[in-house]
Design a protein around this ligand. Sequence first.
Ligand code: URA
Length: 433
Amino acid sequence: MMLNIIRKKREGKPLTTEEIHYFIDNYTRGSIPDYQAAALLMAICIRGMNKTEVLTLTRAMMYSGITLNLSAIKGTKLDKHSTGGVGDKTTLIVAPILAAAGIPVAKLSGRGLGHTGGTLDKLESISGLRVEMLVDEIIRQVKAIGLAIASQTADLVPADKKLYALRDATATVDSRALIAASIMSKKLAAGADVILLDVKCGNGAFMKTRKEAFSLARLLVEIGNSMERKTVAIVSSMEQPLGTAIGNSLEVAEAVKTLSGQGPADLTELCYYLAATGMVLCGHARTETAAMREVKKIIATGRALNKLKLMVQAQGGNVDQINNPKQLPLARVTEIITSPQDGYIVRIKAEPVGQAAMLLGAGRHKKDDPIDLSAGIVLHKKAGEKVKRGEKIASLFTNDIDTLEVAEKKLLSAYTFGKRKPAATPLILGKVQ
Ligand code: URA
């Protein structure tokens, strides 16, 4: 049967519901070998899948393990997901804002891989903080304080765990159908009523062009809505890193700053917009303008930051590090990078910045690689800013001095300098609902 399925997809023919279920059920159970699964993934990557196939694949993956029932939590529950980027710490900001607005947020997050970061690693840079939680614990915590961010449990969507590792090893990650099914199977299994998606677009994202990003956003929204979950996708730029901090503890510090109303302009703009969209989606505000007013009030009164502190405390983390982010771990060695010329920073490509942070120890090459939660990069200037030769543009932080030279080279390869100020590019590219 598997041979026929592979051949059929290789010839570009659509797979039936029965064939897709056969593949997912048997691969999850271990009765289809990796080499056959890899061949099918490659055929899907090249030939694509139609909407019906993607929906079927999503459902088959969603039901490959347990699904969460959040009905014990009152109100409209929200989950948020970003397709991944560099410096993307929006969950640490948006989730507390929404929880402070009274929207229960039960968020299952992942770890970073390659040049992109993951929320769990960021949270674990807070000493003592636990992300491995039982389902009952998550539900109890959301009932008590309105917010939990935890690791996806092993029995939730086991098909994705196996498939993602295989995709990562066979150059089959960047397929629209496979990405959509991977993301939505996990979001649907996690049980929230409302799904807020941030689809990243640009050189630091899976989706490099607007066309690809909007196409993925439409597919994700269609899948969510067809499963009776209110789903909205924001498409936002991942041309340059988001905010100024890249690396786990550095990003927590920047999230605290943003929750205090003093974050970088781009990160603040995106987080407020995501939070306002979430509020409208959950029926907490009638218009985006009203929601935005509410977001600003929640930040100004310190309620959002307080929510983060409550969550850190509930999950065993050291709240002193949130009260005073200077207490967060910071790598021992600092290297200052300066501008090689006068002029403007025309571009800072996100992907090489993420790779430079990874080289410093902040990211993983492979799924189980250890990482240094205190390493990373702080950008002192962003694209569009004027610089003088010799002026500080970035700082590198690491505990492994041997990585500095190659990381510095990688970081500088991200920059384009020019004589003229570049035209401003929008951060939020659109919304699909
Ligand atoms: N994020 C996921 O969860 N899955 C993918 O395939 C890509 C990004």
